[in-house]
Design a protein. Structure first.
Length: 421
C-alpha cells in the first residue's frame, strides 16, 4: 500500500500498525452508546400474513438480506410488507445490526444503508437494531469496516449471551468500544476498504457468470444439441460401459496429519472437490491391506447424502494408490473417466435422484445406478468436450484464486488498519 506507513505502537498509544502517511497522532476511543445521535432502535414484529399483500406499505429488511450484504446493505430484493403507519423506518447512513444468531460469531453483523428502494419507506424486522451515529464524530461506513476487525469480533463474542441461540441486547451493543481517528482519516480508511470489497464483489460476480456459462454449455454438450465432433453415439446402460464397487474404510477418526496413505472421503465429494481431484487433502493411518486403493482413472460417486438431487457430485480420481473411503461408489470404465464424471454430473442428476432410498439420509446403491441409460460419444468427441470444459474450469479457478488473494489482502488490512484499544 504505497500511501501507508508502518508505526511502532507502545502500550499507551492508540496508533494502528498501518496508516496513510498524511495522518499522525493518537486515535480516540469511546463506547458506542456515547457516539449516537439517538437511542438504538429495535425493529418491527411482522406476521407471515403481512407479507406481499395489496395493502403493503413498507419494504422490509430481514436477516437474510443482512447476511447476503457486505458492509453496504443490499436492498435489491427486499420484500413488501404491511406495517403500522408509524413503523420505524430506515434513512441513508443508518447502520443495521442483527441481535440474534444461531452461533455467537453470527451476532452483531453490520451493514450501512447506502441506498434505499424507491416508492415505499423501508423498515427492519425485530431481530435487528437500527444505529444512528453522530456523523460529526463517527463515519458509519468506517464503523461497519471496523466491525470486521478482530477487536470488534473479540468484544461481541465476549458480550454475546448463549442459550438456544446467541443474542446481544441494546446495552451490549452500546458497550462496544470503538477506537477512531479524525473524520477525514475514517473516511479514507472506509473508502479504501470499500474499494477492496467492491473488487471482491466484482470477482465473485465474474465467477458466478462463468459458472452459469459452464452449466449452460454442459447442458448443450451432454444433450448433444451442440456437437464438437461428428461421430456416432453409443447407447446402453452405465453398466455396459464400466463396473462399480464400493470404497472401504478410512473413517474420520483415522485421518491424521502425517499419516502415510492418501485417501478420499465421501464428504469431500460435496465440500472439497470439483469434477477433477487435483490434490489429495486427507491421509489415513489404516493399514493399506484393509483399504480399497485406486488404480487411477476412477469416477467417484457419493453413496450417501441428504438431498436426492445432490448425488450428481461425482469427482474424477486420476491418481493411483489412493484409498477410496466407505460410502463412495467407484466406477471403473474404459471410457475417459473425466468425461464420464462431467456427463454424470450434468445429465444424470434427476435419474440418480429417482433411485435413492432412505429417509433423512438417502442411500444410492450402484446396482441401481448401473442400469441408467446413457448415450456416449466416441473418444475423440469425449476429449474435445473435456478440453472445452477444462478451459472454462481454468478460468473459474483463476478468478477464484484472485478472490482468495484479495480476501487475504483485506484480512491483513483489517488487522493492521484498526486499533485494539
Amino acid at each position: 500500500m504505497s500511501t501507508a506507513t508502518t508505526h511502532i505502537k507502545t502500550d499507551k498509544q492508540l496508533v494502528p500498525e498501518l496508516r496513510f502517511k498524511e495522518y499522525e497522532g493518537d486515535w480516540s476511543d469511546n463506547r458506542l452508546r456515547n457516539l449516537l445521535s439517538e437511542k438504538i432502535a429495535n425493529g418491527e414484529t411482522v406476521e407471515k400474513a403481512d407479507f406481499g399483500i395489496e395493502e403493503s406499505n413498507f419494504y422490509l429488511v430481514q436477516l437474510n438480506d443482512l447476511f447476503k450484504s457486505s458492509v453496504e446493505l443490499d436492498v435489491a430484493e427486499l420484500m413488501k410488507v404491511k406495517l403500522k403507519q408509524n413503523a420505524k423506518s430506515l434513512s441513508l447512513n443508518d447502520v443495521i445490526i442483527n441481535r440474534v444468531s444461531i452461533n455467537p460469531s453470527g451476532v452483531a453483523k453490520t451493514s450501512i444503508v447506502a441506498k434505499l428502494p424507491i416508492g415505499l419507506n423501508t423498515s427492519f424486522e425485530s431481530n435487528m437494531f437500527r444505529v444512528r451515529f453522530q456523523t460529526e464524530s463517527i463515519d458509519p461506513l468506517f464503523f461497519c469496516c471496523f466491525s470486521l476487525s478482530s477487536f470488534y469480533i473479540k468484544q461481541k463474542l465476549a458480550l454475546a449471551k448463549v442459550t438456544n441461540q446467541a443474542s446481544l441486547s441494546q446495552g451490549d451493543i452500546g458497550f462496544i468500544k470503538i477506537p477512531f481517528p479524525s473524520l477525514p482519516e475514517q473516511q479514507k480508511i472506509a473508502s479504501f476498504l470499500s474499494a477492496v470489497d467492491e473488487k471482491i464483489q466484482l470477482l465473485t460476480k465474474k465467477k458466478a457468470l462463468l459458472e452459469q456459462y459452464k452449466k449452460g454449455v454442459m447442458q448443450q454438450l451432454f444433450s448433444y444439441e451442440k456437437r464438437l465432433y461428428e461421430g456416432e453415439l453409443r447407447k446402453g446402460n452405465l453398466g455396459d460401459f464400466g463396473f462399480f464397487y464400493y470404497g472401504k474404510g478410512a473413517p474420520k477418526t483415522s485421518i491424521v496429519e502425517g499419516a502415510p496413505t492418501p485417501c478420499v472421503r465421501y464428504g469431500e465429494l460435496y465440500s472439497t472437490f470439483k469434477e477433477e481431484i487435483k490434490e489429495i487433502k486427507s491421509y489415513t493411518i489404516v493399514d493399506p491391506k484393509d483399504l480399497k486403493l485406486s488404480k487411477g482413472g476412477e469416477v467417484l460417486v457419493p453413496r450417501v447424502g441428504e438431498d436426492p438431487l445432490d448425488f450428481a457430485n461425482c469427482s474424477y480420481l486420476p491418481f493411483p494408490n489412493v484409498a477410496i473411503g466407505e460410502m463412495i461408489s467407484v466406477y471403473n470404465t474404459d471410457e475417459d473417466g473425466l468425461f464420464m464424471t462431467y456427463y454424470i454430473n450434468a445429465r444424470l442428476q434427476k435419474q440418480l435422484a429417482r433411485m435413492v432410498e432412505g429417509g433423512n439420509v438417502s442411500n444410492l446403491y450402484f446396482r441401481y445406478v448401473e442400469k441408467i441409460e446413457v448415450e456416449i460419444p466416441c473418444v475423440e468427441e469425449q476429449q474435445k468436450i473435456i478440453g472445452f470444459l477444462s478451459s472454462i474450469d481454468t478460468k473459474i479457478e483463476a478468478v477464484n484464486n484472485q478472490i482468495t488473494q484479495t480476501q487475504t489482502f483485506k484480512k491483513g488490512l483489517l488487522q493492521q488498519m484498526f486499533v485494539a484499544a
